[in-house]
Design a protein around this ligand. Sequence first.
Ligand SMILES: Nc1ncnc2c1ncn2[C@@H]1O[C@H](COP(=O)(O)OP(=O)(O)OP(=O)(O)O)[C@@H](O)[C@H]1O
Ligand SMILES: [Mg+2]
Length: 232
Amino acid sequence: MLLGVREVVAGYGKKTVLHRISLEVGEEEIVAMIGHNGAGKTTLLRTIFGVLHPREGEIHYRGARIDGRRSALNVRDGIAFVPQGHGVFPDLSVLENLELGAHTVQKAEVADRLEAVYSLFPILGERHRQQAGTLSGGQQQMLALGMALVLRPQLLLLDEPSLGLAPFLVQRVLEAVVEINRRFKTTILLVEQNVRQALQVARRVYVIKVGQVVYTGAPESLAQMQKLWQLF
Ligand SMILES: Nc1ncnc2c1ncn2[C@@H]1O[C@H](COP(=O)(O)OP(=O)(O)OP(=O)(O)O)[C@@H](O)[C@H]1O
Ligand SMILES: [Mg+2]
């Protein structure tokens, strides 16, 4: 197990969003998290990443407790977070965005990391001088993934990477997620609204409802899928 969330309670101010939520992600797994708007998916990713601190419960990563730890430390320890709405800097070029993503990477390694991103997303190499804000939605999402990838994370937290994209681009982004997992052996916890596609790439799935897990399992069998639709 790479990541373990145990009975976590978290929220904003007096409002509790996560109600004793528990989940696990194994080494090199792709795990999908699905659930309605407001279920607490983003809140859980933020809590894992250390932007929010749980009021109760524990978060374990690589055998150590990390709940309450600052996100800067988590980044150094191999956790990367691509937020919902991706967070690229529109005024900066593709290359400048990637360099920002790599600001904690040793100088001597940056060129190799950029090369790896360009080999995965050739369009970013071709457009490295272009202003990020003028890229298409799908290309901006690739860039957001690239900004996380230059860190060579062990655990990648992805919050709705295909949000707002046309169906063929949703497919393309999810293929990229699988490729990242395969090529860099990156463990991925993926929040997705495109349930059908998410289930095609994930080894396991968690369904979240009002801050709790209501279903977990392998997504393959139709019976399970139907059960899942009902829960959803
Ligand atoms: N900064 C905040 N301050 C107060 N409440 C918040 C804040 N962010 C989120 N919430 C509330 O927490 C609950 C869970 O929000 P969260 O963003 O985690 O849901 P989600 O599952 O990611 O939804 P979506 O699918 O729409 O992204 C919602 O009721 C939301 O209004
Ligand atoms: Mg969200």
